[in-house]
Design a protein around this ligand. Structure first.
Ligand code: ZN
Length: 311
């Protein structure tokens, strides 16, 4: 056995209006709606998954849309930027699209030698399009409006803002096998060589900044990918040995999860590749049915009337 962390698995964030969230990610950004399910712990709320064709690890952005959520605040102890990889030359297309849809964005800039374009989703979640130094080999999901020459390839980097980066960096290097790639002012980029995409984590250290408030438009947690249960339990044991407090393994139907609060305050998850999103829907029908976990299936009729219609 060679247990490794294979970059990012998914990122989960908090949204407001469910339809608006669905429309932004499927229509404006051109992602596939991979799964429509409910928050397992709060089944009166949806849990949406957006990604590539099959919801491959490293492409999945998920949301809990709470209609009446108050806006959160970016600060320390949280993932504050979610960066997607896009092809070189695609920024003009994206800026024109953002103009047409009223999306807030900044003019392109560069970090670690890679051009990036920052934009906000309708709830204020901060996202980036990044052109990686080497071409991203991942096959994108495409739509009639967002073709392969411009479509997102999945995650490139997630940025964590921290009051102190040291202890978080040690989790990345000593437990997860990442290495420090580059450092510029207060931003350090850590990378794993186990995967070709979703391989980077940036740590930004801002000692005086207030802690983030996790609510609308903020990230809830980030999940790292492992191959299987055996690898997940191996890393859980390493975390216990370091005095951290990982949860027991939890079955999330589409993957198996272990959560822990890293020392910098960010909620981390380790998630398995198995069984994946085709476990309860065929590939060509992903996202088209309301899928409920077994324990909530008896309440389907009630939940279907309570959850807002999405289309
Ligand atoms: Zn998760």
């Amino acid at each position: 056995m060679d247990p490794r962390i294979l970059g990012l698995h998914h990122v989960t964030a908090i949204a407001g209006n469910a339809q608006r969230n669905h429309d932004f990610y499927t229509r404006v950004l051109g992602l596939r709606f991979v799964k429509k399910t409910v928050n397992f712990d709060d089944p009166g709320t949806y849990h949406f998954y957006f990604g590539d064709e099959r919801g491959s690890a490293g492409t999945i952005l998920t949301f809990f849309p709470w209609a009446h959520i108050t806006p959160g605040r970016r600060g320390t102890g949280q993932a504050t930027e979610i960066g997607y990889s896009v092809p070189a030359g695609s920024f003009d297309f994206w800026m024109e699209r953002f103009n047409a849809h009223g999306v807030t964005y900044n003019k392109p800039s560069e970090k670690f030698g890679e051009p990036y374009l920052t934009f906000l989703d309708p709830d204020g979640l901060k996202l980036e399009l990044i052109v990686p130094k080497t071409d991203d080999p991942r096959t994108p999901w495409t739509t009639p409006e967002v073709g392969a020459d411009v479509a997102t390839r999945g995650f490139h980097t997630v940025t964590l803002t921290l009051a102190s980066a040291k202890a978080t960096a040690e989790i990345l290097t000593d437990v997860f096998g990442y290495t420090l790639l580059e450092q510029h002012v207060n931003r350090s980029r850590y990378v794993t060589d186990t995967v070709q995409g979703a391989a980077c984590i940036d740590l930004v250290e801002v000692p005086g900044e207030a802690a983030s408030i996790t609510a609308g438009g903020l990230v809830h947690h980030i999940a790292f990918r492992v191959k299987d249960d055996e690898a997940e339990l191996y890393f859980r044991k390493l975390l216990l040995e370091r005095g951290l407090q990982p949860t027991p393994q939890i079955d999330r139907d589409y993957f198996h999860s272990v959560y822990f609060r890293e020392p910098g305050g960010v909620l981390f998850e380790i998630a398995t590749e198995n069984p994946g999103f085709t476990v309860d829907e065929p590939l060509d029908e992903l996202g088209t049915h309301l899928m409920l976990p077994r324990q909530h299936e008896p309440r389907r009729a009630l939940l279907e009337t309570r959850l807002p219609q999405i289309g």
